[in-house]
Write a protein that binds this ligand. Structure first.
Ligand SMILES: [Zn+2]
Length: 219
């Protein structure tokens, strides 16, 4: 079955200094609630949260729970327990509430052209640190800044990752190892997201999406 993956970053007011360019991925609490309200009866829409912001626990968790929704959270290992980001205890509360946890790497740098030492940090050290925090193995990864290349994907496969999430704005098949997602922007509204969720891409659009992603996978 074809699904839509929506990806959230921050919700509400950031509680930390944002990196350059991060602010365009923050949405208001109202838009977040409105988007979740679109998803009643839509099990084909799957939700994830990147960057491990404190709003994952303070805002997203209660909003998901009150609607009976679940999601996958991808924290950044180096930001755990930092002000404005998830604390270890909050990550455990997400797990206890039935949420899934993956890894978004160690330092939030692009997963392109990594040296062996950098790849070890991003794919092995970060995964272990998050696994230790939640007390269970981590098998899924989300590429920081949507960046990846062929070497990155080959490494992730070799290291046994069961699924890798990107930001390639296309529908995906449930069984796909590589999962494109639609990241929400601060300019998004419930209306713009409804259009993404309800749109049925034409055969031509699907071909174009497939070609665009193939270029990134193979470079
Ligand atoms: Zn990120």
């Amino acid at each position: 079955m074809a699904s839509v993956n929506l990806c959230f970053h921050g919700i509400g007011t950031p509680q930390r200094q944002l990196e350059d360019g991060e602010d365009v991925y923050w949405i208001t609490e109202q838009v977040f609630a409105d988007v979740l309200d679109l998803l009643d009866g839509r099990p084909d829409v799957r939700l994830s949260f990147d960057d491990g912001n404190a709003s994952d626990h303070a805002i997203a968790l209660p909003a998901l729970q009150s609607r009976g929704l679940t999601a996958t959270f991808f924290p950044i290992a180096d930001r755990l327990d930092q002000a404005g980001s998830l604390a270890t205890e909050q990550l455990r509360e997400l797990v206890a509430a039935g949420m899934d946890i993956g890894t978004h790497g160690l330092r939030h740098r692009p997963w392109r052209g990594l040296t062996d030492a950098q790849a070890e940090e991003e794919f092995v050290v970060a995964r272990q640190r998050i696994a230790d925090a939640v007390g269970r193995p981590i098998t899924e990864a989300a590429c920081p800044l949507g960046r990846y290349d062929r070497a990155t994907l080959a490494r992730l496969r070799r290291l046994g990752y069961s699924r890798v999430y990107t930001s390639d704005r296309a529908r995906c098949r449930d069984e796909s190892w590589l999962q494109p997602r639609y990241s929400l922007w601060s300019s998004d509204t419930a209306g713009s997201i409804r259009e993404i969720v309800q749109r049925r891409p034409s055969a031509k659009q699907r071909l174009l999406d497939g070609a665009r992603i193939a270029v990134k996978r193979l470079r």
